[in-house]
Design a binder for this molecule. Structure first.
Ligand SMILES: Cc1ncc(COP(=O)(O)O)c(C=O)c1O
Length: 457
């Protein structure tokens, strides 16, 4: 009987993944000992409800959907609507189940509906969420974060990463009394006019007072700083950035040291955008292992396991500037997200969550490398294993011409593994060895399909 299963997919594993979760059809098929759906075209996902919802959405939402989920950006086989999640798994509105490697584009760091976080949320909800002023959770959370992050003397909270990066830059400008910020030429720091200069609907003035540099190229930072002259307010650096050749990359040590020295020499503020990688790479901040501290850091994604919260931590010297301008939002002080954040960060601390995420990410990366090699498919894996990225050398990720990645992720989605063709992926503490093993059974098929279609892999 075991010969009926694909290599690497034990009957116990299949049973543990499917029992009690699938409808009778698929479960019955597996019990009969036939091949699991992941390796055939017989049991691919179906998207009836999703299609119906898309038609309704097309009438009432701009373009049918916006942002990452706009239909034009999703490969075939990607549902647009989900219904629920548990741990590392999510279900779409048609009941199709996926192992989730996007983690809601980052916020889900402990898995969906983590019991400890949900308990903290329920306890806070029983007291209330949104008052005229914050609850004591804001002080507890600020104490927790400043206790963990070396340069954190005070903390500030809002809702989205864009709030945090914008606030950090405004603090830097208020502190220095200068205007010009240096930023990575391909960096994404949020959707607002501060960062998206040149986008439709922005004015030429929105592009003002910013100069680009090339990530990991200290000479380009120095040249931009020279151009800014005595108006240099801030150097903004992403903890992980997309480089010109399509790699997701961490900064190297000389670059980190060099921007720190440059800021010290010029009086500019060093802003770390840790929205994407923060609390996945290191609880002390994504630069902790470099032995170099920024002046201010922006956080969001992983700090509250999916509850809406952004945070900034900064050095004492910047506190006075933060008090010199008015900043608030209707929901910035709501207590539930802060309670969720305290539970999330405490759980990461107590369970060595970062190490677990790293281990799962390493297993996935090694498995994908071995498969690509076996198929003779040329891929590049980049970025830290906790926020990994995969691209095909035959594609051109820098210009978003990625037919191989589109096919690979589409074939995976139709078989119950949710990846992304161009964005980096996210691992969580909920990803188990079994998840990775089952994922690799699917990606093996996806690699084979890409190879069949493109020859070069
Ligand atoms: C590095 C970085 N900075 C800022 C942001 C903006 O965060 P948000 O979408 O929560 O506004 C993002 C979002 O993906 C990000 O990756």
């Amino acid at each position: 009987m075991s010969g009926d299963l694909e290599p690497g997919l034990s009957r116990e594993l299949v049973a543990s993944q499917f029992d009690g979760r699938l409808g009778g059809g698929r479960a019955a098929t597996l019990r009969k000992g036939r091949r699991p759906m992941v390796t055939t075209d017989e049991h691919l996902n179906e998207y009836e409800q999703d299609t119906a919802l898309r038609a309704r959405a097309a009438r009432v939402l701009p373009g049918g959907m916006y942002g990452h989920q706009s239909a034009a950006r999703l490969p075939e086989g990607f549902p647009q609507f989900f219904s629920h999640g548990e741990g590392s798994h999510i279900w779409d509105v048609d009941g199709n189940e996926y192992i989730d490697y996007m983690c809601s584009y980052g916020p889900i760091v402990l898995g969906h509906r983590h019991p400890g976080v949900e308990r903290a949320v329920a306890a806070q909800a029983a007291e209330g969420d949104c008052f005229n002023a914050p609850t004591e959770r804001i002080v507890e959370l600020a104490e927790l974060m400043t206790g963990l992050i070396g340069h954190g003397d005070w903390a500030w909270f809002a809702k989205n990463g864009s709030d945090a990066t914008r606030f950090a830059l405004q603090v830097a400008r208020a502190h220095t009394g200068r205007s010009t910020a240096l930023r990575g030429e391909r960096a994404y720091h949020g959707w607002g006019s501060t960062w998206m200069s040149g986008a439709a609907g922005m004015t030429p003035a929105d592009a003002g007072f910013q100069l680009p540099y090339t990530y990991n190229d200290l000479a380009s930072v120095r040249a931009a700083a020279d151009a800014a002259g005595d108006d240099l307010a801030a150097v903004v650096v992403s903890a992980v950035e997309y480089d010109a050749s399509g790699n997701w990359t961490l900064p190297d040590q000389p670059f980190v040291r060099g921007v720190r020295d440059l800021c010290d020499a010029t009086g500019a503020v060093l802003v770390l955008d840790d929205v994407r990688a923060g609390f996945r790479l290191d609880l002390g901040g994504s630069w902790a292992s470099y032995g170099v501290e920024p002046d201010v850091s922006a956080y969001c994604k992983a700090i509250a396991n999916g509850y809406p919260l952004a945070g900034v931590v900064a050095r004492r010297e910047l506190e006075e500037a933060a008090g010199r301008f008015f900043a608030t939002g209707s929901y910035w002080f709501s207590a539930i997200a802060m309670a969720a954040s305290i539970a999330t960060i405490t759980t990461l601390q107590e369970t060595d969550g970062v190490a677990h995420i790293g281990r799962a990410g390493t297993l996935l990366r090694e498995g994908l490398d071995a498969q690509a090699h076996a198929h003779g498919t040329a891929i590049r894996q980049s970025g830290p294993v906790q926020v990994p990225a995969l691209s095909f050398l035959g594609d051109d990720p820098a210009s978003m011409e990625v037919p191989r990645a589109m096919m690979f992720t589409s074939e995976a989605a139709k078989r119950g593994v949710y990846l992304h063709p161009t964005h980096n992926w996210f691992l969580s503490t909920a990803h188990s060895d079994e998840d990775i093993e089952r994922t690799l059974a699917v990606t093996d098929v996806a690699f084979a399909r890409v190879k069949e279609a493109f020859g070069d892999g």
